[in-house]
Each structure stands twice: as structure tokens, then as C-alpha cells.
Design a protein around this ligand. Structure first.
Ligand code: SF4
Ligand code: SF4
Length: 363
């Protein structure tokens, strides 16, 4: 009986080893799933879009339009080739967005008209109850947030809580406007002296943020309904500035470089496609030369580089496997080689989508 604790030690070690083994296997599976997801162009595109929309809110509308157009082209082709109905779902989503835009636009017009008679500008400060309120409005680089104190229907203090414009407009620019507003005790649009680029938008955003704060002190101040607020924030925001457009251009170029070159390096077996320099020697050697408008086998290599493995599968039936291209290609590429690599990649894609390997092989 006294020996039992000692005999438990190896058993415990075995259990711990088994647990580590299970954890290692789970981690390995997670990495495999992540790798497969990242090797899918749609997943990568989604990650780009989400990151860009989060980093540059003013680009959301452009991104949305680009996404809808891209999906329309891809799913339109799928409709004609496979009869897939995805494009109809896309059309339904677009119709919902258009309806949302129309409803939001109507709400914006309603609120703007109502604010003509009820707003905190000028003598409207008499409508604002005593208190401290926070408000936010878009400046030149992002949302400016302020905190405004009101006592006896006068503005007594203005604090700037968030000021993203600092990157291009000095915060000292706000000083004279703040002093002027505190001296007047109410919200007035001061005469703007000649200012450097961006400062006008910053001042406008600063005043609008103060207006938004004071509006909270007016009991029946007209406000956008919840749907409009979400729609405006999520899809429309404000017009993209030059920084956003430059960033989008850089991201687009990065996306193209990545998708056109690096993706064939990370998709196992298809990396050879990146070496092709379009000399068309293989086309001259191939007895087929062209199939469905695609030069054989150079077109297959380029489609593999682009990641269009499904199209390579469709065209592979034209290759007779004579091997002449392999004998001529200066870098050792051949139709059968890229077809085999694209088949493996296509198979992995289909597995990821849940199709059975038997179905893929049959197709
Ligand atoms: S193996 Fe295929 S692609 Fe290459 S030359 Fe022959 S038919 Fe053309
Ligand atoms: S011969 Fe080779 S390098 Fe030239 S186009 Fe064909 S696959 Fe590309």
C-alpha cells in the first residue's frame, strides 16, 4: 500500500504527455485551418476590406461600391457558367442598401429642416439647459470630440477631448475661436481669416462638435433616428480626403502585387507559375495552341498564377500530355505540371468549401 504514490508518478506523466499531444494536435489543426483560409482569395480580400474600412472610415462607401462591383462581375460569370444564383442575393442586398440610403436621406432632410428653428446657434443658447455636454463631429482627419459647459444660458467652458487633426492642423489654431466663443458666451460662426489647407475643415468640425454637444442640452432637439445614425456611420460617413485616397491606392497596389505574385508562392505546388516570363515558346510547341480563347499552355500558367484554379481545371481537358512544352520551356514549366499543381490547389479549396474529393475528381 505504501508504494502506491510512487507507482502513480509514471501514470501521471503518461497522462500529461497525452494532454500535451492532444493540445499540439489541436494547435496544428488550427494552423492548418488558418493556412487554408488564408490561401483562399475571398478570405484575404475580406481581411483587406475590413482592415481598410476600420483604419479609414471615410473610405467605406468607396469600398462598398468596389465590393459590390467585384462580386457582380465574379458572380455574373458564375451565373453564366454554372447557373449559380449568388448574383440575385447580391442584387437583393443592393436593393436593401438603396432603400436604406433613401430612408436615411429623408431622415437627414427632416432633421436639417427641423433644426432651422431649434438649434443652439446664436440666441438658441437660451434653449440649452445648464450642464456639461459632450459632442463629436468630423474635422479634417477624423472626429473631433469636445466637452462644453453651460451655465445661465452661457457657454462657460470648452474642452477638446479628441483632436485627430493634430497631424496636419496645429491645436493652437483652435485657441482664438475658443476664446471668441467663451467671450460671446454662445455659439457663433466667427469670421475665418485666411488659413492653411485643412484648417477650415478643422474649425468647421470644431464648431459642429460644439453644436452637437449643446444640442444634448435642448430637450426636443431634432435628432437622426437610430437607423440613420447606424447607416451614416457604417456606409456613408464623409467624402474621402486625399490621404484616404492615397492610402487606398497603396493598398490596391499591394493587393494586386500580393494576389498576382505572392499568392502563387504560398499556395503549395503553384509557385512555379511565378517564374513564367510569357515568352510563348510553349505555345509554339503545343499542338493545341489555343482552347476557348486561352493560349496553351502559357494561359494555364498565367491562370494558375492568378489563382483561377477552377478555370485551369476546365481547360485541362484540352492537354493531350505530349510533353512538348516541357522540352521547350526555358524554365522547365509545362502544361501537365501546372495542371497537376492547380488540381491540388483546387482540391484543397473544394475541401475547404465542404465538397467531397470524389466530386472534385469527377469534375
Ligand atoms: S503537354 Fe499539353 S500543354 Fe504541353 S504541349 Fe502537350 S498538349 Fe500542349
Ligand atoms: S515557355 Fe515557359 S516561360 Fe515561356 S511562356 Fe511558356 S511556361 Fe512561360
Amino acid at each position: 500500500m505504501a508504494e502506491r504514490p510512487e507507482s502513480n508518478i509514471p501514470m501521471r506523466k503518461t497522462e500529461e504527455t497525452a494532454v500535451w499531444g492532444r493540445q499540439a494536435a489541436e494547435a496544428s489543426r488550427a494552423w492548418t485551418v488558418l493556412g487554408e483560409a488564408l490561401s483562399t482569395r475571398g478570405v484575404r480580400l475580406t481581411i483587406y476590406l475590413v482592415l481598410t474600412a476600420a483604419l479609414f472610415p471615410s473610405s467605406r462607401f468607396i469600398l462598398l461600391v468596389a465590393l459590390v462591383l467585384s462580386l457582380a462581375v465574379v458572380w455574373g460569370r458564375e451565373l453564366s457558367r454554372t447557373g449559380s444564383r449568388k448574383i440575385f442575393y447580391l442584387a437583393a442586398c443592393v436593393a436593401i442598401l438603396v432603400l436604406g440610403y433613401v430612408l436615411t436621406r429623408a431622415d437627414v432632410v427632416r432633421v436639417d429642416e427641423a433644426r432651422i428653428s431649434t438649434n443652439p446657434w446664436g440666441n438658441g443658447i437660451s434653449l440649452v439647459a445648464d450642464g456639461t455636454y459632450q459632442g463629436e463631429a468630423w474635422g479634417y482627419r477624423g472626429p473631433i470630440r469636445v466637452e462644453v459647459s453651460v451655465r445661465d444660458h452661457r457657454i462657460t467652458d470648452i474642452k477638446t477631448l479628441a483632436y485627430p487633426d493634430l497631424i496636419s492642423v496645429k491645436d493652437s489654431v483652435l485657441g482664438p475661436f475658443r476664446e471668441a466663443l467663451l467671450k460671446a458666451g454662445r455659439l457663433e460662426r466667427p469670421a475665418l481669416p485666411p488659413m492653411y489647407r485643412g484648417a477650415e475643415q478643422t474649425i468647421e468640425g470644431y464648431l459642429n462638435a460644439i453644436e452637437a454637444a449643446l444640442g444634448k442640452g435642448i430637450p426636443d432637439y431634432p435628432r437622426y433616428n437610430a437607423f440613420s445614425q447606424v447607416f451614416l456611420a457604417a456606409f456613408i460617413g464623409r467624402a474621402p480626403d486625399r490621404v484616404t485616397l492615397n492610402a487606398l491606392a497603396i493598398l490596391f497596389a499591394t493587393f494586386l502585387v500580393f494576389e498576382y505574385t505572392l499568392q502563387s508562392m504560398i499556395t503549395p505546388g503553384t509557385g512555379r507559375a511565378i517564374s513564367c516570363y510569357n515568352c510563348a515558346t510553349c505555345v509554339g510547341a503545343c499542338p493545341i495552341k489555343e482552347a476557348e480563347g486561352v493560349q496553351m499552355p502559357m494561359g494555364l500558367v498565367l491562370l494558375t498564377r492568378l489563382g483561377d484554379y477552377e478555370r485551369v481545371m476546365e481547360l485541362s481537358k484540352y492537354c493531350v500530355g505530349c510533353g512538348r512544352c516541357a522540352a521547350k520551356c526555358p524554365i522547365g514549366n509545362s502544361g501537365p505540371l501546372v495542371i497537376a499543381a492547380a488540381f491540388q490547389a483546387y482540391r484543397r479549396q473544394q475541401k475547404g468549401k465542404g465538397a467531397s474529393p470524389g466530386e472534385e475528381a469527377a469534375s
